[in-house]
Design a protein around this ligand. Structure first.
Ligand code: PLP
Length: 395
């Protein structure tokens, strides 16, 4: 007898998962497409990381490790966060959990802090996977529309959304620099938000995976302001071009970390032990060694912003990460899905419709473009977008 397989469909996630998958499948088949879709750094992992990982394998780091992450690596996380961001509020290795990327960290945190039906505020637009991960944890995402506040969460929005919520609000999920908009927050803005979170009595889950990728603006962790309620999440996927290594880390108040490590252990036990070696080497790399990557992203950002603006896309120049959330020009009278599909088929460039990141109507006028990949591909993609738009305008 066959049984139905439950699917993580759009009814559950409220993000049109099926539509996104359908869109991705439809553009995958297009010949000679330039993909400006993925948040995948177009760089190899650093040499020291590769060497350390290989050494780890040769030295037989192939056995079960400490499930929370080996103590040396956890200490390196603490040192790294102190050195880079002055984050001294999580000084004990008992407060650190090493995870299989930020993705696993998020799910483990939701499972730890949220019970069935609990609400969690998510500033919207947001990284789409959050919504399915929250749904998997049986909690309820409460999207907060940030389209009228420059895509930033504000203390007023926090207070208003909490007051109007129909379910108990237990947490806020915060990501900056942001995927998909690239916006980030100043120290002063974070301090104001910290007060609002404190007043709302919520846990703050802060996804700072793009912290290393800011352009001219220093990154501050909200953990600095409210360490008793902030769970800081970071990882090596983006900053060190190590997406496939699957390394994330969590810094949390002691009591939270104690529960988190149990959830993490029952989910995956630990990441591969030889990856600990590579991760340690990455965390100990001098900041200057990552600078060429950052400078390249900044050049690409400027190039993409300039081109899109010249074509009348409405673009907020991103302060960080490697995405541009662009509003379609007024004369393109169609939604992001239709535009993205036509751009792929007729213009041979892949971008993602804004609604893949949002539950609000306004996002239908947007697309997200990634400049993570490769400079030559980006140049080619941008020149194709220009040619495509000019051709449409000429007809
Ligand atoms: N968080 C955000 C905001 C992201 O944009 C991404 C990837 O695009 C992730 C988390 C996933 O990170 P990881 O590779 O560490 O699982």
């Amino acid at each position: 007898m066959s049984q139905d397989i439950p699917t993580l469909n759009s009814e559950v996630t409220a993000i049109p998962t099926d539509k996104i998958l359908g869109f991705q499948a439809s553009i995958q088949g297009v010949d000679d497409l330039v993909f400006l879709t993925f948040g995948e750094p177009g760089f190899d992992a650093p040499k020291v990381v590769k060497e350390a990982t290989i050494r780890g394998i040769q030295e037989n780091h192939s056995h079960y490790g400490h499930s929370q992450g080996n103590p040396e690596l956890r200490q390196a996380v603490i040192d790294y966060m102190q050195d880079r961001y002055g984050l001294t509020q999580y000084p004990s290795i008992d407060q650190v959990v090493i995870t299989a990327g930020v993705s696993e960290a998020m799910y483990a945190i939701f499972k730890t802090l949220l019970s069935t039906g609990d609400g969690i505020l998510v500033p919207d637009p947001a990284y789409g996977s959050y919504f399915s991960s929250i749904a998997l944890a049986n909690a309820q995402a409460i999207p907060v529309d940030t389209s009228t506040t420059g895509f930033k969460l504000t203390p007023e929005l926090v207070a208003k959304t909490v007051a109007e919520a129909t379910v108990p609000v237990k947490a806020v999920l915060f990501n900056y620099p942001s995927n998909p908009t690239g916006v980030t927050y100043s120290k002063e803005e974070l301090a104001e938000l910290a007060k609002a979170f404190e007043a709302a009595g919520v846990w703050v889950i802060s996804d700072e995976i793009y912290s290393e990728l800011t352009y001219g603006q220093e990154h501050h962790s909200i953990g600095e302001m409210i360490p008793d309620r902030a769970i800081v999440v970071n990882g090596l996927s983006k900053s060190h071009a190590m997406t496939g290594y699957r390394v994330g880390f969590i810094l949390a108040p002691k009591a939270v970390a104690a529960e988190l490590k149990k959830v993490h252990a029952s989910l995956i036990y630990s990441i591969p032990t030889f990856v600990y070696d590579g991760a340690l080497a990455a965390l100990q790399m001098p900041k200057e060694d990552l600078q060429p990557m950052l400078s390249t992203y900044q050049v690409r950002r400027d190039m993409a912003v300039e081109l899109l603006r010249s074509l009348d896309f409405d673009v907020l120049s991103p302060d960080g990460a490697f995405y541009i959330f662009a509003k379609l020009p007024e004369d393109i009278e169609e939604d992001g899905w239709t535009f993205a599909e036509k751009l792929a088929k007729d213009g041979k460039v892949g971008v993602i419709p804004g609604e893949a990141f949002s539950q609000f109507e306004g996002a239908k006028d947007y697309i997200r473009l990634s400049y993570a990949g490769d400079t030559e591909q980006l140049k080619e993609g941008l020149s194709r977008i220009k040619a495509y738009i000019e051709k449409r305008r000429a007809n």
